[in-house]
Design a protein around this ligand. Sequence first.
Ligand code: IVH
Length: 701
Amino acid sequence: MYTAAQQKQLHEQAKHLLSTHDTSAQAIPLLREVINYADWKYYIQSESVLSDAEYDGLYKQLRLAEDQHPHLITPSSPTPRVAHGLSERFPAVSHLVPMLSLDNTYNADDLTDWDRKCRELAQTDTITYCVEPKYDGASISIVYDADQLTRGATRGDGVMGEDITINTRQIKSIPLAAPLSTYGISQLEVRGEVVIHKQFFEDYNKQRIADGLAPLANPRNAASGTLRILDPSEIRKRGLNAILYSISHYTLAPGAPRPQALSTHYDSLQWLYQLGFPAPAQQMKVFTHIDQVIQYCADFEAQRDSLPYEVDGLVIKVNDYALQDKMGMTSHHPRWAVAYKFKARQATSILRRVDFQVGRVGAVTPVAKIDPVHIGGVTVSSVSLFNEDVIREKDLRIGDTVIVERAGDVIPYIVRSLPDLRTGTELPIVFPTDCPACSSALEKVQDEAAWRCININCPVQVVERIIHFASKDAMDIRSMGNANVQKFHDMGLLPDIPGMYHIPWQQVKGMEGFGEKSIANLIQAIEQSKTQPLHRLIYGLGIRHVGETTAKTLASAVAHITDFYDWDTEKLTTLPDIGPKVATAVVDFFARPQNRQMIEKLDAAGVNLINDHRSQPTTDGALAGKTFLFTGTLSQFKRSDAEQLVEARGGTLLSGVSSKLHYLIVGTDAGSKLEKAKKLGTVNILTEQEFVVLTGMISNE
Ligand code: IVH
């Protein structure tokens, strides 16, 4: 889509625009071009060519320019992606051609049968099959007229769908315009699946749980729910992506010849990809024999978890369009395509009991205890029910037979109960009215599904707050995990967060499991935490709605934590990505005398409250825009030092191998991560020495 020279030029132009802050009419086309280029790079090629701040800067610049020159606004400008106002509901629209479903196969025999039928129908023995992932999300149909995106629709009943154009425009991987007319195409309809990145889904849910909201059940539900939400700006926050897996219809301009690529499915999707559409170009394989397809299906299923998106099978399609036409379709599915479904990651169990757990911010979460079942390689016996509404909506009862699903690394959840199996002895689940930990009356917070214990001294909340403060992503006090915090708190040795720095070690000495060495280690870890960068402290304080990213934003905005005592919501909302909800929570937190006292005590204990250079995200280091992961034992560095080095030089650390990963640095005894990266084929695999060269610390001459 862009040549290397064009990319270099666009990158330089982006930097130039940023330095000049140009918002003139002349700058508008260029601003659009560089933003579209950055979107394409990020969403199609999984690479960041601009830092978040730079991207936001260009975006604001374009908005400003368009505000000043409104007559230059066009429907394909990247800014109208952010739609104004909310729609009441989505009108129904009819699809240009019906959106059919797929027939399913489950094993090699099914596939062999299907291949035989295909050859009979096509009246040939030489069929080429194209195999691609079956993405588990929500189907979407997108129409382009005269090179512009004109409509996005859900599948609906296959004939009529909902018009979700406004939300489709929020999915940045979907181009708003494409040069289709240069290929003689006046109208194009493409179909695909809207998906949520698994990592994004997990992070999003972590944040929801931290906010006391129910996490979304799985990436599939999250994608389909998000497509229909009425607030388009919320959609952007949920990291939706689209993968377009077919051209369902096109109209040629009068007299235009059919483009050569539109003869086979494979070539069509490669062509779409070249035009900048998010087609699964690299995930498609072509085979001429069903046995090869069967082998590929088995291999692929074994590594399904290594993909960044949830995949529930593979789709096998006859590659040649002329053969597809010959084979036709039933009213339900095409005869030229079939899904090969992976083994279900569901199991049934019995719901025996429900426990109610109090979290760090007081939300009471019901947790179902079920008969242990083996799903997707782990035994599940405890499943969160999230909140009271979920129990009501699913009509769950004690004694019910329930279907439990666990997809990939996603937390297990109860899909539904099986009411037909009820015997009449099932009992309703009664939600407590008082806190199970401190007996204060629970309160329902407006607009939230959770019941909350609002007693700030509730012992469970206090312990959870200390655990969070010491946790790896916060102050990272090793060995101060759940068990030790609970034990010290129960013994009265660790009453609150500042108490961490005044544990009477004389009393700990001699306690079972606490030898001199382990106490020395604990003391050292606590001591070290005093010098943690400010953003870790801010995250560790457990301010509602403040996750790690927000904590970094906050830390980089002040010189000292107490500067926030003077900040109001208006000032806070000028910071990137801080909305009124977070701002209010921050203001409330710093206004409370108890919290100010806590900060004073931390100060007196010598904890760092100052924003030093480490809090500032680096965007211009040697590793800026690149992602890293370490595996195996390193010989020149401690793992944590190497990781710090990456961050100090502007790189980002990832927790697993995915298509987003640029570099895997391999020490000795590397295991599955290396295998995964090799299979993926897109990751640069470096030795420790090569990494050192890359960081710019030494040259490799
Ligand atoms: S082809 C007429 N290809 O699976 C052809 N479908 O019941 C129909 N899906 O919800 C679909 N990945 O949205 C096709 N690579 C892929 C797919 C795919 C996911 C979904 C599709 C539909 C369901 C099929």
